[in-house]
Design a protein around this ligand. Structure first.
Ligand code: SF4
Ligand code: SF4
Length: 416
């Protein structure tokens, strides 16, 4: 993964919209889990916000339609992880009809904690980075909320642009969450270089005495959950920050919680960054879940006529390279890069050790790659600790996508 043409991509500040797709294709998947109960059939009429599926098991969460219209069938489209996934195909009648929403509280902090948790589950609120069901985190006793506004992925600015435009609402939501869940302190983490956002926050934060802004360094991975928890609370944990009574939410997730509290609105849309030298104008764009990325790109002027185009879903460092734009928008898709393909021909490993030097969790990616079929060795090499940061692939002079081998090894370990 080498991106020589990165310099041509500009930072984005404004938000545009594309909210009238002809059809939406809602994938029957949550994170990477396809264990979903389907609740609609061909010919059914669904409202915007109707529940069309439910994830089973311990992480159960509702999946909603993002338009009103008729279920016209089922088809397969590409999901963020690069796999083809069965989708519910809904023809948009453009009426935006909604079922009567449950009444909400006029004052947001008047929900009980149980009501809050049920609301998050029923509105399908998941992390707008990880896709992890948010209510699960709040089922614990929480003392500290960390709001992550550190943009790690280069050129992905959807979170920042949302924060700039919805700062008041986001602060109101944080304050309410703290009241509802008896949380003592909140830290909003931003990058030092993000001077403009700092100014906006300073102007709005006024009476929210329990909310503090923390600046973190500009380096890649400073916004990684473990790094934030360590920097801000000097704590480490095994699996989840909730072990230390800490919740980390990204800023877009907080805004989704705001809309659930205020309007009982299900999570049916999100802002994504579409950028790269393969399109004429980069955008932060509000789109409905289930919209085909090809339709969004078409609406903003289409793809430039290069010989070969590469699509990257989910960020240059942590995302996945895709052969086409037959990709559906989901809550955990933050960006799509449309890039003129460079010479990415893979060479042989020169045993330089750079992938080992750079790994923030001290793994040996090259050894993991070499032992991909040796379960015993993989266990010793602890591939399961990989945070998918992509640095090993980025640094590799032989252009080997080492991260994907580590990812595969991690999956193998999880299956054992
Ligand atoms: S992707 Fe995984 S193995 Fe590669 S540098 Fe990041 S943490 Fe290490
Ligand atoms: S960085 Fe690339 S070339 Fe160097 S040891 Fe790792 S895989 Fe091999």
């Amino acid at each position: 993964m080498k991106f020589r043409n990165l310099k041509k991509i500009k930072e984005l500040k404004t938000i545009t919209t594309f909210l009238k797709p002809k059809k939406v294709y809602i994938p029957l998947i949550s994170q990477d889990d396809k264990n979903i109960t389907l609740l609609v059939k061909k010919g059914d009429y669904v409202f915007k916000g109707s529940i069309i599926g439910k994830r089973k098991g311990n992480l159960r969460i509702s999946i909603h339609s993002s338009v009103s219209g008729i279920v016209v069938g089922f088809s397969e489209h590409t999901y963020l992880n690069g796999q083809k996934v069965k989708c519910v195909e809904i023809e948009n009648d453009y009426k935006e009809k909604e079922e009567t929403r449950k009444s909400t509280k006029r004052i947001l902090n008047k929900y009980t904690k149980d009501e809050f948790i049920n609301l998050l589950r029923d509105c399908g609120i998941v992390g707008l980075d990880s896709g992890f069901p948010t209510y699960i985190k709040y089922q614990n006793n929480i003392n500290t909320l960390i709001v992550n506004s550190v943009n790690d992925e280069p050129y992905v600015t959807c979170n920042q642009s949302l924060f700039r435009t919805k700062c008041e609402e986001i602060l109101e939501a944080i304050d309410s969450i703290m009241d509802i869940c008896s949380i003592e302190e909140c830290f909003i983490a931003i990058k030092k270089e993000n001077v403009e956002l700092k100014k906006i926050l300073d102007n709005h934060i006024g009476t929210y005495l329990k909310i503090k802004v923390v600046e973190v360094c500009n380096d890649y991975a400073s916004g990684w959950e473990r790094n934030l928890v360590k920097k801000i609370k000097h704590e480490t944990y095994k699996k989840y920050p909730t072990e230390k009574s800490i919740v980390v939410n990204n800023v877009s997730t907080i805004y989704a919680i705001y809309e659930a509290l205020k309007y009982n609105k299900a999570l049916t849309d999100r802002i994504i960054t579409i950028t790269g030298d393969g399109i004429s104008k980069s955008q932060n764009i509000l789109v409905k879940n289930g919209t085909l990325v090809s339709e969004i790109i078409e609406s903003i002027g289409g793809i430039k006529k290069y010989k070969k185009i590469n699509f990257i879903a989910g960020g240059l460092m942590m995302g996945n390279s895709l052969p086409s734009d037959d990709l559906v928008v989901t809550s955990n898709l933050n960006s799509v890069f449309v890039m003129k393909e460079c010479d990415n021909s893979i060479e042989e490993c020169i045993r330089c050790g750079k992938c080992v030097e750079v790994c923030p969790v001290k793994l040996s990616p090259i050894l993991i790659k070499d032992n991909i079929n040796n379960a015993k060795k993989l266990e010793k090499l602890k591939a399961n600790r990989c945070i998918n940061c992509g640095l090993c692939s980025y640094i590799c002079p032989a252009k080997i996508n080492v991260r994907d081998y580590v990812k595969e090894a991690k999956k193998k370990q999880e299956r054992i």
